[in-house]
Design a protein around this ligand. Structure first.
Ligand code: AMP
Length: 423
């Protein structure tokens, strides 16, 4: 199957070729024909499966073919609503990339920054608008955005929208959309509240559920380290100093925790940056840019800040804290193993998180292999004073000059043997 088989028009084919896309991913193969026929779509797919192109390409194609017939001033005809600023920026970039030979204009709006540049772009006119919910409603309220000409509506990462408390915003947005439209609804998971929301949005009864070929949980090599809360910093420093990795995204449950991790890593001679909602948009973009370009290779993030991060070749995800919502674990480890590549996910589990671990294992229908030998292993049942004393030992720091890991090899076999040898 090629993109030509999918009846993609020349200007878009040319852009996909320029990106080096030779074959559609499974979601693209299934979704594009349905969308080109104008049907609604319920997509059960995670980020990393190629879902952005699966919706952006058909929308661009519809708009392009229509544009040639219509002419006239630009109106917002396609709206993509997505939970985070990072994701919004990435989606807008994708529209720009795939649509670069179509003359279709796209604009992105998100909160946390001054609105001037965004309202100026809106005044100049756009065909496609990608937005986070809060800023969209804000600019609608101020009269900068009208949804009355929307023909294509995409709700992206619906499950995360709900997790982030956007349900009321989403309802308000839907209420403003024209009834006659094509609607696309994407979510990595489909619990009952998400299905209920999808029913409100997808008017057209023809829906298609697209599942990724392989789930994240199958694709990503996972392991868990039992460790005490106090042992976690030592274990993290130990892993970052001794094991080969290209880039590691480390998850912390809280912003405060993320800052603490940065501090102790810096003390240990490891360059690290945190990205979370307390940082300014500029600081977040810079941290993300440095990480993507390889200037820094350790990034600490909270779940909300990390949601849209798309870093190709991200080798490791480290769950410094296990999430209490099992779906979040799947979202987190999905940061590695983008498109078809595999990745490695390591999780630290302290005694209080054992319950979270079992919820996660239930969700992914899989037991995560336990690393049975590591210097900070904590046997939850071993509360002998000598074990406890060992765990309280101060951290031995030995500085390295290059940010701690000292390797830039792409050799995935090394990761495999690393992850494999301790099981
Ligand atoms: P997404 O799930 O949309 O975030 O896409 C995940 C990654 O896959 C992005 O880095 C895309 O650039 C890449 N990608 C999407 N479609 C294809 C394709 N057909 N061939 C190769 N890479 C792709």
């Amino acid at each position: 199957m090629t993109f030509t088989n999918l009846k993609i028009i020349e200007p878009i084919l040319k852009a996909l070729e320029a990106e080096g896309y030779t074959h559609p991913t499974p979601i693209q193969e299934q979704a594009i024909p349905v969308l080109l026929q104008g049907k609604d779509l319920l997509g059960c797919a995670q980020t990393g499966t190629g879902k952005t192109a699966a919706f952006a390409v058909p929308i661009l194609q519809h708009l392009y073919l229509d544009k040639r017939r219509n002419g006239g001033p630009r109106k917002i005809r396609a709206l993509v609503v997505t939970p985070t600023r990072e994701l919004a920026i990435q989606i807008a970039d994708s529209f720009k990339t795939y649509g670069k030979f179509t003359g279709i204009k796209n604009t992105v709006i998100y909160g946390g920054v001054k609105q001037g540049a965004q309202t100026q772009a809106l005044r100049e006119g756009t065909d496609v608008l990608t937005a986070t919910p809060g800023r969209l409603l804000d600019l609608m309220g101020q009269g900068f955005v009208s949804l009355k000409d929307i023909e294509y509506f995409v709700l992206d990462e619906a499950d995360r929208m709900l997790d982030m408390g956007f349900i009321h915003d989403i309802r308000k947005i839907i209420a403003q959309l024209p009834l006659k439209r094509q609607s696309l609804f994407f979510s990595a998971t489909m619990p009952p509240d998400i299905l209920d929301l999808s029913r409100r949005i997808l008017g057209n009864p023809e829906k298609v559920i697209v599942n990724p070929e392989q789930t994240t949980a199958e694709k990503v090599e996972q392991s868990v380290y039992f460790v005490s809360r106090k042992g976690k910093p030592k274990l993290l420093v130990h892993l970052l100093k001794t094991e080969p990795f290209d880039s590691a995204l480390i998850f912390s449950r809280t912003k405060h925790g993320a800052n603490k991790i940065v501090k102790f890593l810096e003390k240990a001679g490891i360059d690290a940056t945190a990205i979370h909602g307390n940082k300014s948009q500029g600081a977040r973009q810079q941290a993300l840019g440095n990480f993507k370009s390889g200037i820094t290779n350790v990034l600490i993030a909270t779940d909300i800040a990390a949601r849209g991060i798309d870093v190709e070749e991200l080798s490791h995800v480290i769950n410094y804290d296990l999430p209490n919502i099992p779906e979040t674990y799947v979202h987190r480890i999905g940061r590695t193993g983008r498109a078809s590549a595999g990745g490695i996910a390591l999780s630290f589990c302290d005694v209080e998180e054992k319950e979270y671990l079992s919820d996660i294992q239930k969700l992914i229908h899989k037991k995560i292999p336990v690393v049975s030998e590591h210097p900070f292993l904590f046997d939850f049942d071993d509360d002998r004073p000598e074990t406890q004393a060992k765990l309280q030992k101060p951290l031995q720091l030995h500085k390295t000059g290059n940010g701690g890991n000292g390797r830039s090899s792409n050799d995935r076999r090394k990761y495999r043997s690393w992850a494999g040898k301790r099981y």
